[in-house]
Design a protein around this ligand. Sequence first.
Ligand SMILES: [Zn+2]
Length: 481
Amino acid sequence: MSTDPAPPEGVVGEHALRADAHRRWEEAVLPTLVRYATIPCLSPDFDEDWEAHGHLAEAASLLHGWASDRAVDGLRADVVGAPRRTPLLLVDAPPTAGAGGTVLVYGHLDKQPPLGEWREGLGPYTPKREGDRLYGRGTGDDGYALFAAVTAVELLDGAGIPRPRVIVLVEASEESGSPDLPAHLADVGDRLGSPDLVVCLDSGCLTYDRLWLTSSLRGNLIATVTVQVLTEGVHSGSAGGIVPTSFRLLRTLLDRLEDPHTGEVRLASLHAEVPGPATGAPPDWEAAEVFPIVPGLELDGASDRDRLTRRAWAPAMAVTGMDGIPAVRDGGNVLRPFTTAKISLRLPPTVDASKARDAVESVLLADPPSGACVRVHFDALGTGWAAPPLEQWVDAAFTRASEELFGAAPGVLGEGGSIPFLAMLGDRYPGVPLVATGVLGPGSNAHGPNEFLHLPMAEAVTVATARLVQAAGARASGPPR
Ligand SMILES: [Zn+2]
């Protein structure tokens, strides 16, 4: 005999939904997701010849084929293309009879590069399942999203639960800052209509024991700084001590941006007022499964909770690449002509990225150290996002889904990363509730080596998406408000 408690009033077949999600993931999703994981469909920023290589088109076509094969009444899937533009996959599932409303679900299919050595037996394009984990680049960020969204539709239809129209939008330039998305939205905007709810499946979770709602995202500013002292390299024995080195001068420039001892960003205009301390139990950041830190490393931040707040709301700088410096084995006794550093600056959710850029630029270009030639170039620019308070019906549906799935209320998380799409969408659909959630939790290592998709979390997010769609339909079909 089942000892499951009776379902809360108004919830249809939740245990069946969870079981059905598991079955569909195992049988219908994983074979195609594994094939997707073998495709090196890097985002355009990481593959200049992406168009000639055709990997993004191949991935879009694979996902398009899978979506087209779903037994959903009237479902239409299209790959929208334009010259020099990454493909956009649109899946449109018309509402079930008599139901109203529209839900837009977002995901992306482009990937980060492999980045670093993967553990023995794993590789970025050789997917491997180990228990609850499917390893491979792009499995969790964000290949699973299309499968979760369309499977959510199948779950509701399979359970006979009425639902609104669902549009799944999967883009292919997200990891490059979504440069192609505005043009795509302009082209297909009419087809999207006016959604009642937007669900973004490209975010993270702090644990795998509940659903997580993203309350904010940081912005991002990428700059390349070059300090040049000579027109060509010279013998370091003859010039050393006379010609200042470009590395030292670059270091002093970077010290204008951050305190070299503490890592605190020095520009007041890059800080924002923190809305309040982070909620939820902070992780033990020193635990091996959070970050692969070396033994004995002292983390920044005063406490585990402070680190949670810092990751969501503090600016932070990292040097992500350098030029003008040979590899160690090639280093000679040369005073090099220039040093270039690429820096990535994470910005608090409410800091305007273009104002931050102006501030960084003027600080770097003012009063060049030792009169050296300093050049600054900015790449991507992304303003962060702070979620407006969720409408009660969305909050209730998400909370109920977390309790149904895990027996625990959802967590709320300010994310350290960026999703430029959310700011674009907030501008496009002002006032439309936006739920950002996802599977990227402890150890999942999106953007690093050994990325994995946590399969039970993917199934849970699938059911949660179904519940949000169901709630949007009930609201749209309900009595006038
Ligand atoms: Zn992503």
